[in-house]
Design a protein around this ligand. Sequence first.
Ligand code: X5A
Ligand code: ZN
Length: 663
Amino acid sequence: MAGTALVYDEEMMSYSLLWDDPECAIEVPERLSSSYKRLQDYDLVNRCVRLPVREATEEEIMLVHSREYLDVVKSTQSMDLEELKETSKKYIAAYFHQNSYHCAKLSLGGTLQVVDAVMSGGAQNGMALIRPPGHHSQRSASNGFCVFNNVAVAAEYAKNKYKVQRILIVDWDIHHGQGIQYIFENDPSVLYFSWHRYEHGSFWPCLSESNFDFIGKGGGTGFNINLPWNQIGMGNADYIAAFLHVLLPVAFEFNPELVLVSAGYDSGIGDPEGCMRATPECFSHLTHMLMHLAGGKMCMILEGGYHLRSLSESVSMTVRTLLRDPVPRLSGEMIPCYSALESIQNARHVHSPYWKCFLHDETRLVEEISTKGLPTPAPLDADISDMDEFLENHMKKILHPTPPVTALLVAPVENTMNMPAGMQLEEDAASPEQAINTIRVFNQEQLNKNLLNSVVKMLPALEKLVNRKTRNCITLSPNASLSAAVAVQQVLHLGSERVLCIIIGDVDIGPAIGDDGKTVCLTISGDKMFEKSHSQYQTFFKWKENSHEGSSFFYALFRFLLPLVYSFQPDLIILAIGSNGSVDTKDIALLTSLLQGLAEGAVLAVVTEKEKEIIEALSNILVNCASMVFGPYKPPSKECVRSLTQELAVMQAKWRMLQCLAK
Ligand code: X5A
Ligand code: ZN
């Protein structure tokens, strides 16, 4: 298994601001060393494949930049202080030092090193800890501390060298990467997504083309997605909603071959520029979701991030997730704010002519109120007097030891399947008396010997799952939905407080699941359902692919399933898969993999014994080494959308992440 590449070199700390300029003073060399130090403290550096930096060549720089601009930057090497100041003044929010040119070449070269590692298969994914940053830089201009546009050059480089046809750039820095936008605005092979603090145009760089209605030009129309934040204080729920309702559906429809992330962390809590409140583990979730695109080929390229502790914690969470450690549970209430919903609604509306995933929901514009000239809101986090201390406590709270076992298999001894490396076979079994006690709530006729046998083997595994002795578990059963019902009851008994149960396929359900407020049960079936009680805790929709050339399940995932799960925030997930033909194995695999981002990966998959293909696919997902290729995806059929939309209406009043219209 190819791992995670990491580029870092202290050489890129050898330039800094030489004069007084409050705007540029935040971009300090320690941004790099403190991030690296934190990675070391978490013992993450050792687990990465270290790559050396190199200087980018002139030819590489000129993939995006003009000869004239390159010569200007080059000439700063031999300038004196006054000349450096003069040159810096020609640009907006830029500064040069005699080592700027050298460091900018290392920064870009380091970026290309990660791209090479990921594209050649030397690494699955990677991160470049570099400075100067790049996303504001333009063909012939430095801007916003950026000299060369690292990510834009990386995209051109990947297109030329590896013949990549579709690249997704995700810019989660809190500033608009207008440089990247300008470079690719006509180019349909690069899909650029940026969210940014905007405040109706009053926040730097104060450009009208940063608004949601700039969607690209010519052949590139529809391939530029701007999500402006019109208020400060956006947090975890807002960022996750933006991914679920705007970026991910389009990204899956686009089906990139490579993902580049302009990974700026000024969008995190405590940052003096962004004034947002997303906590470090939010970046784990964003990373985890993006890992399902492009067969996992993803390069994280550092951009901004000016609160050293927040930056370094968020960088660490990103790298941990690239290394496939469990994703911590998100903190805070999962309710997006009104202003975030306005932005999301508007972005979806302007893109609905170009992306079929948006065709099925009502979209309309929210009236824009200009707050230009109004006083800026009071600084946030006044409630957090010491941000460093807050972050230290916060990280202690959310980070837990990784369970010693990743995946546990519960199977009859005569099971002949090939276990993937890393999967552990459950040896313990409960006594038949214990099992009978546990399942006595069931009708006697449902209790046959085979079911009893599988429950006997499942009970000790549930204990290990609840007590984090294993991260996840897969169990084979003659009747998946009955076993799941037993499991729900048992994990609640063992102390789980919020259990999500998803049943796909057969709906031969035992006693009602989900009437206690602690359980949400969702059933997905291709057939007409029997009548069953229906509430905000028990829901079902019909799903059937009408062809086998590509599936459209991603629509159900992002429009319904994941928003529901993110609202509910389960501490354990039970996924029951009965005999079915309505949801493709690949889609069940994608669902399982995405669900691992919740409940710290505590997923119990209960699969009907005869579904060999599904058992094998899920085992590979759960042992955590499969870099599966999902997709390509096609737009959903009207029929599937209809059933899902009905459920949405019932559910979204309670589960607020489902909402994607402001009013
Ligand atoms: C890379 C980055 C910010 C420039 C802010 C200027 N640049 N006010 O975050
Ligand atoms: Zn920034």
